[in-house]
Design a protein around this ligand. Sequence first.
Ligand code: ATP
Ligand code: MG
Length: 364
Amino acid sequence: MAVFKRKKFHVKHSDAEISPSTTEAVSSASSDAASRTDSSITTEPKESELAEIPSTNAKRNSKDAAALTPSSATYEDAPLAREIAEMTRRRRILAAENLPLPETTRVFTVANQKGGVGKTTSTVNLAAALARTGARVLVIDLDPQGNASTALGVEHRSDTPSVYDVIINDQAMSEVIQKSPEFPALYCIPATIHLAGAEIELVSLVAREQRLRTALDKFLAEVETPFHYVFIDCPPSLRLLTINAFVAAREVLIPIQCEYYALEGLSQLLKNIQLIERHLNPVLAVSTILLTMYDGRTNLANQVAQDVRDHFPDQVLNTLIPRSVRISEAPSYGQTVISYDANSTGSLSYREAAAEIARRGAPV
Ligand code: ATP
Ligand code: MG
């Protein structure tokens, strides 16, 4: 039987840098974790171990039976009952909450040049969670992959008017905006595959970094019923599309996956945001950090979460988004988890995160 020995490591940063010793320690911890996973999947039990199984199970079964007798435990003590009670409690709190609406539109750029950390998932689910509570919310899909458009169930075939036409052809946002079938007050400006060429086309355009901002400001100024929130879903890069998003927004929301490598590009990301703030958008601020795909069973996830909290105590939301199958399967139905499985733990977590964002309000 493979024995997993967990190495102890300490993640320490100075100015949000990851030290080489940390890298070593953590990568060995992650490879330990990987070998544990591999062995648990591929290692066949030895014959001697197989012989042991029936008696072990028999012992366990008799213990379980004893544990279920009314004298030693009540149903309320069972883990499943506890979990259901906890979910019910969280649902009640959310249902009772009356969230404040911002007086002026809060524009968030959801960015992290690291791929697959939960940018799109967080964008669409936070947007849906806020729209569910009565806020008017717009999602701008600025990623040629068009994942946010898919999750919000809006058309984004190649001939659909999209954010590409806004940025490159000066088309008005009001002409490309679509209503998401998810919630009545949820809207999306979709991305199509054309956006993949926009990075190159932008290079030769006038005011190439400001094009999204110009279009968004005009749209927000002219729209009949004001929006409360705008979320811009960025591609996994720090090139011109993401720069356009930073220039258009006031707040940056950084999703961080609770795994070590997700932290690696963080200092680079923060440096870029500082540069944008200095030269292109003085009001830009990292207001929110959201820890995603958290698996509390691993030491690594806990260490990473703690480390991020130590460095960004004011920005990290208390709510952690757990790794959840429901969250990952919702987009395949063209839905957010908020509507796909409203009572799942993933949905509750995104609703709690959205409530925190609403309660905290915009940075002053
Ligand atoms: P990209 O950089 O490619 O745009 P991203 O940062 O937008 O990626 P997502 O697309 O949101 O990341 O998520 C990456 C993958 O992880 C997706 O398959 C998504 O369904 C899955 N995922 C995201 N969050 C969770 C979660 N909390 N639990 C389980 N799966 C998740
Ligand atoms: Mg994405």
